[in-house]
Structures are given as C-alpha cells and as structure tokens.
Design a protein around this ligand. Structure first.
Ligand code: GDP
Ligand code: MN
Length: 354
C-alpha cells in the first residue's frame, strides 16, 4: 500500500522525524503564507509535472490551487492538495530505507545530490548499507561524510535511528526521503516522503486508515493509462482475463479478483476504483460464480449503471450460482450478457483504443 505524502508525513511526525508543518487545504481555506502547495498522488515526479508550486501571496495561492486541481501526474489526478511550510533550502539530499529482498535486510540508501533528478544518477553512485537495530551507532558519521554534511553527523545518526524505528514499527517496505533538505540554518528536514506499507501486515495495524486502504488487496494496477479494466473472480480466472485481453493488443489497466466472498458492496467498490483510471473505455466482467452469486454481481452492475456518471461500456460474461436470477435482473435493465470472454474482448476492442 502506497501512502500519500501527507499520510506518510503524519507517520514521520509520530516518529519524531523532522518534517515541515503542513495542512490539507480545501477551496475556502486560507492558510498562512508563504507555502508550498503539493498535489497528493500515489506517485513521484510531481515537481516535474507542475504539481509543486511555491506561493507567497493570496493571489498566487488562489491561482496555484485552481491550477493544481487539474494537474495529473503519471495519469493520477490529485486526491487533495497539501500546503506546507516553505523551507529555506541550502541543499537537497537523498535518504531512503528499503527492503533488500536478496539479503533479507533493511538497506539504507543515500546520495548527496537529491531532488527531482535523482533518477539521473548511476546506481553505483548511491551509498548502500544494510542496517539493523545493532549497527546504527557509527553509520551516521559515515553517511554524513558521504552526504558531505559533516557538521550534521549527530543529527544524521539521530534521523537514521528514528527512520529505522519508524520503518520497523510500521511494517514498511519503502521509506524514501527525497529531498532530505539541509536548510540554510543547518537543520535536516524531510521535505518529501514516499512510504509503502506491507499489506500482509494489515492484521496487526488496526490504526491503518489510509486513502489507499479502501482498495481491495486483490486489486492491482497494471497500467494506469490502460484502456480496458477487468473484474473477475478467482485469481486464475482474473489472470486469464487480463492475459486474453492483453493478447488481443488491448492494454489492461488492472487485475482484480473480487474473491469468493464478493457481494454487491465489494463489486460496487471495484467500479469506483476503476473510475480513477483516466483512459478506461471498456470494463470486462468475467464471473464464474461458485461461492460468489451472479445476482449480487448483477445488482452491483445495475447500481453502477444508475449511479456512476460516464461509466465506461460494460461487457459481461457470467455463469454459475444464481445465473438465472442475474440474467433476469440484467435483462429487465436491458443490459446485455455475452456468452464468452472472447465475445467480451471482441466487443471491447470496438470501443477501446489498442
Ligand atoms: P516529487 O517531485 O513528487 O518528488 O515532489 P517533492 O515533494 O520532492 O518536490 C519536488 C521539488 O520541489 C523538491 O525537490 C524541491 O526542489 C521543491 N520543493 C519542495 N518543497 C519545497 C520547499 O519547501 N521549499 C523549496 N524551496 N522547494 C521545495
Ligand atoms: Mn520527491
């Protein structure tokens, strides 16, 4: 689960990591100025996409707020806009913790030249060191030397310790601070934060209540720009649906296994998720109902048709438990049911670009 920046920073603050003050703003809010306004999307690259704007006056604030609402980053539209205290930036550094799956260790990664061009550095120019609770004492000095901020060695040690504890406590798989800002007054502040949490640890975090959590664990984005969305039940059928769609040259946006316990509410949520994709023109629904009941799926389809504006074209194949009721419900609403997945895909191809 990828958190939004404002959610991640709340966790950093809870772990005493130095973070700028910030607030999620709505249209009518007038936060104190100056500020940096940042669109909240579950992806980086906002700076380059025009999603980060410094504002110093009310007029600038209003203009930037309006502009940011229509910014998209990698196809994602903003969940909300975050207004943060403006920093006096001396240098931008890079610091992250990530799970190295080969060594099964938490790895600290650092680079003296952080910021929006981090991807331009060669992989071997990054400092990498496995860390654990026992080897944190000396690492701050080494990293401070590497980042060329020797006077801050003590602060770096303290920050690494806090980030490490934060990472472990929250079952993170990635905690990336880019940029870690060295301010003109010599402080280190986490100016941006990407935090990914391990969905498998959900059960031991009753406090997890994030925007991304509404998404079913079995819902996976394949291509945010994809033109065909899929809803299927059972991982095998869901994968086969995605593969068959892709094989015809169409671009599937997602994988979704609605699972055996699917009901009208969970299928309705799937439609809501799909509506976040900007380019989806067709939704293929492929259900072979065993525990799932076809009529529950049919009710969700009918509700989606009624309630969701600009719902993409639906191509439905269903069979199995309660098929007859489902067929009747859909027929009453003049919603077609196709006989095979191949027919659904052929029909989708007529409305979705390849
Ligand atoms: P990203 O592009 O999605 O990673 O968004 P960031 O939050 O990292 O912001 C992009 C860039 O905006 C940073 O690298 C900084 O150069 C700049 N930036 C962000 N916050 C501030 C700030 O408070 N003050 C100043 N001067 N620049 C900022
Ligand atoms: Mn960043």
């Amino acid at each position: 689960m990828k958190l939004l920046e404002y959610e991640a920073k709340k966790i950093l603050r809870d772990c005493q990591v130095a973070t700028p003050d910030g607030v999620v703003v709505n249209t009518e809010d007038e936060p104190s100025l100056p500020r940096v306004l940042k669109v909240q999307v579950p992806i980086g690259g906002r700076g380059k996409a025009g999603g980060v704007i410094v504002v110093r006056t009310n007029d600038e604030y209003n203009a930037a707020f309006t502009k940011l609402q229509s910014v998209t980053v990698g196809g994602f539209t903003p969940s909300c806009i975050y207004a943060e205290e403006l920093l006096e930036v001396e240098r931008e550094l890079y610091l992250s913790l990530v799970i190295n799956r080969e060594s099964s260790q938490i790895e600290l990664v650092a680079h003296p030249d952080g910021g929006v061009d981090i991807e331009s550095h060669t992989p071997d120019s990054f400092y990498r060191q496995s860390i654990n609770g026992d080897n944190l004492d000396n690492i701050g000095q080494t990293v401070a030397d590497y980042l060329n901020i020797n006077p801050q060695a003590f602060i770096v040690t303290d920050m690494i310790e806090k980030l490490y504890r934060c990472f472990v406590k929250n079952d993170a798989t990635l905690l990336e601070i880019n940029p870690l800002v060295l301010t003109k007054s010599g402080e280190l502040v986490a100016a941006d934060c990407k935090l990914e949490l391990d969905d498998a640890a959900n059960f031991r975090h009753p406090e997890w209540d994030f925007e991304a959590k509404s998404r079913s664990a079995n819902f996976v984005t394949l291509n945010n720009q994809g033109t065909v969305a899929t809803i299927a039940n059972g991982a095998g059928l869901a994968m086969a649906t995605v593969d068959a769609t892709k094989d015809t040259g169409l671009e599937p946006a997602n994988f979704l296994d609605i699972g055996g316990g699917a009901n009208e509410a969970s299928v309705t949520r799937a439609f809501e998720e799909i509506m976040h994709y900007p380019n989806v023109a067709a939704i293929i629904i492929n259900i072979f109902a065993g525990i799932t009941k076809c009529d529950e799926v049919a009710r969700a389809v009918i509700a989606a048709k009624k309630n969701i504006d600009a719902l993409p074209a639906l191509f439905i194949r269903l069979d199995g438990t309660n098929y007859e009721q489902a067929a009747q419900l859909l027929e009453d609403e003049q919603i077609a049911v196709l006989a095979t997945l191949a027919e659904c895909i052929a029909a989708a191809k007529k409305v979705a670009t390849v």
